[in-house]
Write a protein that binds this ligand. Structure first.
Ligand code: MRU
Length: 362
């Protein structure tokens, strides 16, 4: 499957500069209205990009953090700088385990090296992490297609939530990779894209699908129950921010409600994610830290005004009480299968162990 494109140009969500001193990212806070490339040159840039969600999505957060370490070490490559970079980046966002996974891989690889070798090795390791993510997402696409294709009786209707496309990874995406693979294989597919209030990551999914030419329709989050109960959907496929060892899945807030409605309607509910999203040290979903986000994400609506300028509208006074958990946990028993780069398995301890028999042995 060829990589993803923007305006017909092959594009990745993150692109290292040839001089190994910067990485270019797509500013996801400007999409879908504006396509803007931002250059990250320092640890502070990488930290801000993750905190402000200019980059977002579990795999991409991990890759950006790895490059953030490399950028820090390009300035100062001693062991204390490595430790400081890791500590700074790990504090950015709590739920997606890919962040911790990438930082601990960087730490393990780089800590034993002499200072003079650390910066070059960091850049190479971040590049390996990025390229492995691309290869894994491509394989998720192939394995996911094998599950989706038999569901198509002339036409395939897939529901997704949030953005688990190439913008959330480096290329292809996780939940969207099987969708792109199905479309490229010639299946007549239509994707129902859940808006995903309050950050509206569904708009990013719609933008991606449009770039690739995949037929889709945006739906309000609250429309999902009706559409599932009326069997307007053949399968739901979502990404993950952390998968516990027992198969429970933390993903963007609203995922759990879709899983419940899909189970009631007996519609398959798939979760697609690479190995870096599985946290074998986390026994169950109850132990997953759920990010509590700023209440202004609910109080203030962002978009474009009638003159095409970026604009905000305050829909609630700033002293209005708001609860804004960013993620929820779907228990494994509501999930038909977890799809990874190795294939698919039941969302259970046995299923994940069958895919990764070596997990926990290192
Ligand atoms: O808060 P975000 O936008 O970083 O949310 C993470 C996600 O993108 C989703 O939860 C996604 O479904 C899993 S990451 C591929």
């Amino acid at each position: 499957m060829p990589g993803m494109k923007v305006n017909n140009t092959p594009t990745r969500s993150l692109c290292p500069a040839p001089d190994a001193r910067a990485v270019d990212i797509i500013d996801q806070t400007a999409l879908p209205h504006a396509y803007r490339i931002l250059r990250l040159s320092t640890l502070a840039d990488a930290r801000r990009a993750i905190c402000d969600m200019q980059v977002r999505g579990a795999p991409l957060i991990g890759v950006t953090a790895a490059y953030g370490v490399a950028l820090a070490l390009a300035a100062r490559s001693d062991a204390a700088s490595l430790a400081e970079a890791v500590a700074t980046l790990i504090a950015t966002r709590p739920t997606a385990v890919n962040l911790r996974w990438a930082l601990s891989r960087m730490q393990t690889r780089l800590a034993p090296l002499p200072d003079a070798e650390r910066a070059g090795a960091a850049w190479r390791e971040a590049g390996l992490i990025a390229n492995e993510d691309v290869a894994q997402c491509r394989r998720i696409g192939e394995h996911g297609l094998a599950l989706l294709a038999p569901l198509a009786e002339g036409h395939l209707s897939i529901m997704t939530h949030c953005n688990a496309g190439w913008l959330a990874a480096v290329d292809y995406g996780t939940a969207l990779a099987p969708i792109y693979a199905a479309y490229d294989a010639g299946l007549a597919i239509r994707v129902l894209v859940s808006e995903t209030r309050p950050r509206n990551q569904g708009l990013l999914t719609a933008w991606e699908l449009k770039q690739h030419g995949v037929p889709h329709a945006l739906i309000a989050d609250n429309a999902a129950g009706l559409l599932l109960s009326r069997h307007a959907v053949d399968a739901v496929i979502v990404g993950a921010d952390r998968i516990a060892a027992n198969g429970d899945v933390a993903n963007k807030i609203g995922t759990y409600l879709k899983a419940l409605a899909a189970r009631e309607a007996r519609i398959p509910f798939y979760v697609a994610a690479p190995r870096s999203t599985i946290d074998f040290a986390c026994a169950s979903g109850e132990a997953i830290a759920i990010e509590e986000r700023d209440g202004d994400e609910l109080r203030v609506v962002r978009g474009q005004d009638t003159l095409g300028q970026p604009s905000t509208v305050r829909q609630l006074p700033d002293d209005e009480a708001v609860l804004n958990p960013g993620f929820d946990v779907t228990p494994g028993h509501l999930i038909t299968a977890i799809i990874t780069e190795r294939g698919h398995a039941a969302a259970s301890t046995a299923g994940l162990r069958a895919l990764y028999p070596e997990a926990g042995l290192a």
